[in-house]
Ligand binder design. Structure first.
Ligand code: SPV
Ligand code: MG
Length: 431
């Protein structure tokens, strides 16, 4: 009897999966792989049920003899363990970013005479509807809100990219890259005060009011499913912050980060070039405590951002604040720096981790941009935020186009570097 292996990464079984199993059964005894959560979040969409529940589900399917956990995107683990005569997969992976995985599996199989079978992918209305229902489920506030905490359990580093509109939200949601044979994507979105304000042509001084910031969140949630970390600036007055917490929870936001400043807030990247005042430990701890008390769900996180390194108050001050804010109930700590050298961030993380092995650490490597995600994770960082790079890449491109059209008195000269009309009119999926 030949051994047949197929890998599933779905939460819901539809006709397409049953068809694959039928084809598998014709070839031999069927082993189904369940792609682990850790790999699934890089490869495909976020699971709505746990890997244990998925394994249980796959065991109930017709013709399935065994279910194993697949912990590598490349199939190395399962292929060396099972040595299947056949690997069966839908033919949709012959194109797009998944193609490199298909090619790799084919190579692995050819080393011992195994065979790859591509089954025609089942495209029909029912399959499309199930896919859409799953996406809609992930977009619901109760699913989206808890997803950040789930990610913190699943992955060593939550990769977060800024979004300030429906369109930038879509970029963070949909961008999947294939690099060195592996797929990758962002885990979460950062609704930056800097980029949200800049998109509205306003300075980053808490001038754009919460109603307007919530409107931005809604624009993003309407077209995406990934979790949102909201830049709450100073959190405003404590009496106002408690309402902000409730509103954010209701919108399905996963976390708010508030910074320990008081008075007129300026962007941290100005550092000491402008007047900025840090709140006292007591004042800020009170705000955290009030926010935590107001919060209604267990999912939501209030993350305390420490500005001591930005304001050159020293490492000891930063650490003292971090421990105090955790004691006041903060669910995470964000430490910021505007130095090019990541040394002070690493020193903070190492010293914090020596005393607190668990509380999530967030960093925003805008200035210290040479350090990699992996290196940050080695220092105990859990969430990395790319806070403004989409805005900073779009602005010069648009400005150059405006200048070139003015210079040439027509648009022909800029056309080659623009997205095609066909691509722009079909960019947004219609329901
Ligand atoms: C933002 O993105 O608005 C931030 C991060 O708060 S920073 O601009 O680096 O202060
Ligand atoms: Mg900000």
């Amino acid at each position: 009897m030949k051994t047949v292996y197929t890998c599933f990464c779905t939460d819901v079984i539809h006709e397409g999966h049953l068809n694959i199993l039928k084809e598998c059964s014709k070839l031999g005894r069927v082993i189904v792989g369940c792609l682990s959560d850790k790999v699934l979040i890089r490869y495909n969409k976020f699971p709505t049920i746990s890997q244990e529940e998925r394994m249980k589900l796959y065991r109930t399917l017709p013709g399935v003899e065994q279910v194993v956990l697949q912990e590598q995107m490349h199939y190395d683990d399962v292929i060396s363990l099972i040595h299947p005569d056949y690997v069966v997969h839908g033919d949709n992976w012959k194109e797009g970013p998944e193609k490199s995985i298909r090619d790799y599996v084919e190579k692995l199989l050819s080393e011992y005479g195994g065979q790859l079978v591509d089954v025609p992918y089942t495209y029909n209305e029912d399959v499309k509807k199930i896919d859409m229902q799953l996406r809609e489920k992930l977009a619901m506030p109760e699913y989206r809100r808890k997803r950040l905490r789930q990610l913190l359990e699943m992955t060593p580093i939550v990769k977060t990219m800024e979004a300030h509109s429906g369109l930038t939200g879509l970029i963070v949601e949909k961008t999947v890259v294939e690099h060195e044979g592996k797929l990758d994507q962002f885990d979460a979105m950062w609704v930056s005060s800097l980029c949200d304000s800049t998109a509205k042509g306003k300075p980053d001084i808490e001038l754009v009011d919460m109603t307007s910031r919530f409107r931005t969140i809604e624009d993003i949630t309407e077209v995406t499913t990934k979790p949102i970390i909201f830049d709450g600036d100073t959190g405003g007055l404590t009496e106002h912050f408690v309402y902000t917490v409730r509103s954010l929870e209701r919108l399905g936001v996963s976390a708010v980060i508030i910074e320990d400043k008081t008075g007129l807030k300026k962007n941290s990247l100005f550092g000491t070039e402008v007047k900025q005042t840090q709140a006292t430990i007591e004042e800020f701890s009170d705000k955290i405590r009030a926010g935590k008390k107001a919060q209604l769900t267990d999912d939501f996180m209030i993350i305390a951002r420490i500005e001591s390194l930005i304001l050159e108050r020293g490492m000891e001050d930063a650490l003292e604040r971090a421990f105090a804010f955790v004691k006041a109930g903060a669910d995470g700590i964000m430490i910021h720096s505007r130095k090019k050298d990541p040394a002070e961030i690493c020193e903070f993380c190492d010293k914090f981790r020596a005393q607190d092995p668990k509380t999530p650490i967030v960093v925003v490597p805008t200035s210290f941009n040479t350090i990699t995600e992996e290196e940050l994770a080695q220092h105990g960082v859990n969430i990395v935020i790319y806070a403004n790079q989409l805005t900073r890449s779009a602005f010069p491109a648009m400005q150059q186009t405006a200048m070139d059209i003015l210079k040439n008195h027509r648009a022909k000269e800029v056309d080659d570097r623009l997205m095609s009309i066909k691509d722009i009119i079909t960019l947004i999926d219609e329901i």
